[in-house]
Structures are given as structure tokens and as C-alpha cells.
Design a protein around this ligand. Structure first.
Ligand code: MG
Length: 262
């Protein structure tokens, strides 16, 4: 019995390193400077132009989306918008998957490369949690390149992880967030990365972002796909990939989502 216990004790470090992602996520947090807070104008909505693909305008548009695991639409939907049903509450995921830090969410059936995206979002009116645990979601272009969504209204976190950041790559130029429970918008120009025949990078992804009509990212060159731990890097992928809305276990809502292919 003692020998068995000793053997288990020897295994603990290996079990731990298998179960946990390696490294310290704090190493890639930037806390200073803190983007200046400004107040946006009143209007956030822009109606879709005639050549846009409507991803969500009313409940029936939920047909355009599937879960990242390929299951049918599994968030809440009505004509006013769609809301994250945290995967922690979703029977689709095993206990093991719920433990992992892998990005979960809802993705478009259609794949996109270079695009202009309009999306409106709001974080819960009733504030729960703080820092990264408060109204966290994200828009992940090609399922990889994350524009952060967070309740960053009087909610300090690392600057390169607040709302409007290209997560852990670029902090927003200003903090132009509305209070929790109010709709706000992102208008984004996303340029997909290109890869050479040998799978190395030819040109990086780029992003320009307006939040509530204010420029917050000006044609920034991405370092690679979103990484919670460690340095972002590129991995070759298709020229078009689905757009993903992140399920970070917070009930964030979305509406008026439309996209133009460039
Ligand atoms: Mg996020």
C-alpha cells in the first residue's frame, strides 16, 4: 500500500503538467499605460448596406451559426439579439472540456477572409465578477484573431486585455466603453494573413477597429493567433475561416451583425 502511494506521489508533477497549460499567463499582461477614458456619442447602430451578408438581424438568422463543435445553434435568440449560454451550463461539453482553457463559442457557417464587420454587443446590466471575469467575450476572426469584448467600464484589468484590445497584442487607443447593459458597437476592417507555399508567413493579419464610432485600433499588424499563455504565433490555415463569438462563460449579448467581404 505504502509503495503504491509513493508511486502516485512521484507521478503528481507529471499529471499536473499534463493537465495544465504551461507557463504563466501574467507574463504577457501589460498594465501600463492605461488608455484614456472618453465618452462616445449617442448612436451605435449602422444599418447594413445592400451588399452586406446579414449574420444576425432577427431570430431566424440564428440558422447562420453553429457551435464550435459543429452542433446546431445553442445560445439564446430572439428578435432583439443572441446571448451566450455559457458552455459550463451546456451538456454538449464534458467535464474535462469545461476544465480546459480552449476557446469555445458560436461560429458562422460561412467562412470569411478579408472583411468589414459591424457588430453590436452588450455586457450584462447586473455586474458580476471583475477583471477578465466581467462581461468577457470576443470576436475571433478566422476563429483565431481576437478583438476582446469585456465590460471595461470602471473595471481595471491589463490594458492589452481590456475591451477593444487585440487580445494580449494591442491595447485600444482610448477606452470608449459604455456602461454595462448598454449596446455598443464595433466596426472592424480585418485583413487576413497570407502564407507562402512552404507554410511560412507571407503577410500578417491586420485590424482597424472603431468602437462606438471612435478609432481604437489603426491598421495594427497582428503577431499571430490569440494566446492566453505565451507569445502569439502564426499557424498556416485556410484563406477563409469562420468568424467566432467567444463563450467565456459570461452572458454577453449581440445584435445587428453584418459583414462585407472585401
Ligand atoms: Mg475574450
Amino acid at each position: 500500500m505504502k509503495a503504491k502511494l509513493f508511486f502516485l506521489f512521484l507521478l503528481i508533477p507529471f499529471i499536473n503538467s499534463y493537465a495544465q497549460p504551461k507557463g504563466d499567463p501574467k507574463l504577457t499582461e501589460i498594465w501600463s499605460p492605461v488608455p484614456k477614458v472618453i465618452v462616445p456619442g449617442k448612436t451605435v447602430t449602422i444599418d447594413a448596406p445592400s451588399d452586406a451578408i446579414i449574420l444576425f438581424r432577427e431570430k431566424k438568422d440564428s440558422i447562420n451559426w453553429i457551435s464550435k463543435k459543429g452542433k446546431p445553434f445553442n445560445w439564446k435568440a430572439d428578435d432583439s439579439g443572441i446571448t451566450v449560454v455559457p458552455f459550463a451550463e451546456d451538456a454538449e461539453y464534458s467535464a474535462e472540456e469545461k476544465q480546459k482553457n480552449a476557446v469555445q463559442g458560436l461560429q458562422t457557417k460561412q467562412a470569411f477572409g478579408d472583411c468589414q464587420l459591424h457588430i453590436e454587443w452588450k455586457t450584462p446590466l447586473v455586474v458580476k465578477g471583475d477583471g477578465q471575469g466581467r462581461g468577457n467575450s470576443g470576436v475571433l476572426f478566422m476563429g483565431r484573431y481576437e478583438l476582446q469584448i469585456l465590460d471595461s467600464y470602471n473595471n481595471l484589468t491589463y490594458s492589452n486585455g481590456q475591451a477593444g484590445s487585440v487580445y494580449k497584442q494591442y491595447m485600444p487607443m482610448v477606452n470608449v466603453c459604455r456602461p454595462p447593459g448598454e449596446w455598443q458597437s464595433y466596426d472592424i476592417i480585418f485583413i487576413a494573413p497570407q502564407f507562402k507555399n512552404d507554410s511560412t508567413l507571407k503577410s500578417p493579419a491586420r485590424m482597424t477597429v472603431f468602437q462606438n464610432g471612435v478609432l481604437i485600433q489603426n491598421n495594427v499588424e497582428l503577431w499571430g493567433s490569440m494566446q492566453f499563455i505565451g507569445i502569439p504565433k502564426y499557424e498556416v490555415h485556410a484563406a477563409k475561416e469562420p468568424l467566432l463569438l467567444q463563450d467565456h462563460r459570461n452572458p454577453v449579448s449581440f445584435r445587428n451583425i453584418w459583414i462585407r467581404e472585401l
